[in-house]
Design a protein. Sequence first.
Lengths: 371, 390
Amino acid sequence: MNLNYSDEQNMLREQVLKFCETNYDFIDREKILESDSGFSKDNWQQFAELGWLAVPFKEENGGFNFGPVELTVLFEEFGKALVVEPYLSSVVMSGTIIENSDHKNKSSIIEKIISGEHQMSVAYAEPNIGYKFLDCYASTSVSNNILSLNGTKSLVLNAGNANQFIVLAKHEGLSALIMVDAEVDGLSIQSFKTIDGQTCGELTFENVLIDTDSILASGDDAEAIFNKMMDLAILCISAEAVGAMNASYVKTVQYTKEREQFSQPISNFQVLQHRMVDMFIETELTKSLLIKATLQLDSNDPDAQSTISALKVQVGKAGRLIGQNAVQLHGGMGVSNEMSIGHYLKRFTAIDSMFGNTSHHINKYQANQKE
Amino acid sequence: MDISFSEQDLQFQEEIRAGLNGAEYPAHVKEKQEKGINFSKEDVIDFHKFLSSKGWMGYNWPVEYGGTGWSPVQIYLFLNELALAQCPTILPFGVGMVGPVIYTFGTQEQKDRFLPDILNFDTWWCQGYSEPGSGSDLASLKTKAVLEGDHYVVNGSKTWTTLAQNADWIFCLVRTETTQKKQEGISFLLIDMNTPGIEVKPIITIDGDHEVNSVFFTDVKVPADQLIGEEGKGWTYAKFLLAHERFGIAGVPVVKVQIDKLKNLTAEYNDADLNKKIAELEIDLEALEFTELRTLAAIAEGGHPGAESSILKIRGTEIQQRLTELYVEAAGQYILPYEGPDGFDSNRTPSGPEYASTSVAQYLNYRKTSIYGGSNEIQKNIIAKAILGV
């Protein structure tokens, strides 16, 4: 039994931490949010140069062959600084699907992701299916020997910037993962800002022509790859949440030590101390489930599914408690958009909503226990 | 990172499991633990005698004092196995508390005199800390010990003394001096419960049980060689003791067993709301269990978990209490008939599930968990000071 990070993992953490300290204070971040793309292309290029975009990929595809542990290290640090660059959608989500597919050009696609020149995103959600992503309506059809895709995909992260999408759709009645160029005829993209300062888009496919080569996987294979991608995505945003929780309680402790009322720092008041202790405890408990889930995913443990759901539930509940208390203890400053603290609450809220919220994963956890 | 236990540790676990299922294990105790019946004083003694016979009593002691010398991981696995088998709880007062204080701070004479009896469970120890006026503010204690020649004269009272009615000896924090700083006048005294002037009065708790007591001391003469270490250093020893007994504080395996039982008992109810609450409790338990493993991994590497173990106490007791609430919720109206810890006469049985009346008793009894061992509020003060620095 050994729960220490390796030297290599600690170095990675140091590197991300330093980067965020230098390039990602709250004012830097505000500027990034206001930019057209909603993220910093300079930062993205630096991510590439630092090798971060290669972290999860296999060596044969030009990656570092790192696993879930390294990804969670990266995301924990991203979470502390509320990094908005589209690492999750492009590297983790799209990358996982591409790498697990049999696509003939997968190495060159991954190479382009790693170099930073190419961004991708997964189109998994739809307007009317909630979290039942596999019960999608988007589907292919054939007429005159021509295969085409129709349907609507929602909440596609970073849709306005992605060069390609991987669309979850029905093909011959089965689930399929289909790669589509952003520029293709018949695809219209409507972009939105999200509550937490990122961007997403609504994709409408109208008779978009599909080349059979662009079907990355179908049937059971597609579902297995999709589920694997989902698990990893949940793990990463949970790690991000842990980082954000850490930052939230640390910033709150600091603020209460500086803020004086009734002629003393408000950190003297026990009722506030205990709330901050609650924030600390929830952070540690979340970290525990994060490590457990990470190690289980890393070793393909059959219990990983259940732990991932437990983790997502804990992230949802703890994020709410910590985010709300951080705002409360900052008083009026907490609800002011020009303070960072409220932005953590926004990120917690967004994270809970993604890939199955707390209620959804309580149900999923129960279903897993019964099996 | 790697969370698996070593082959050696797994083999150790097997040995413990085999021992608990072996022929030497007292059959009447085993029968009760399987049926979930309360243990009698004799059961508790027989269980401890069994541990002694296996050489397991000093599970947390170094070899030189007759202990097992087990590693932190082995201690963890040992306690885990006992809990999963639903054995009686090892009484912490002797082996967990006063024993380590004696072998760390006691004289050779004291070690020779007291340690073997603890390991053989020939003395039942109890703990004299809290007083009517000193709960969370323990250092304000007033029970006085005045040195007169070769003995101390003790006057005062202790309260919430667990199982003092069964105890042969009590270890007490007493005031030997009134000092500016209240911690500095406290001493650590070992007292024979048969000494004239000691009176034990039961305190009946809200579940109707007799678990705790008041202990009164009137001119009790205690030989001076029963003082541990130096006069005025008792607070240091008390703090050492508190830091020593950390394993198992979260109660994870016990809760695990009880959740499984509850799921079986309520399977046919198909109560979606109850099932959801159980699932949420299981998730919280998973988080707590892995937090305990993180603490264990730190200890196994020679670290000293400080205030972090307060998390285990706070969340562990919260989970235990929530579990008792779920049992009560599951039993619904059938919790109403209750006549005390001994149950009903065999010729009268109220309707409703069998677990109903024990669950309400457990619910009431477990309110103590967030109060004892340093109340959860005190634990939060510790974290606030030691970790958050406020």
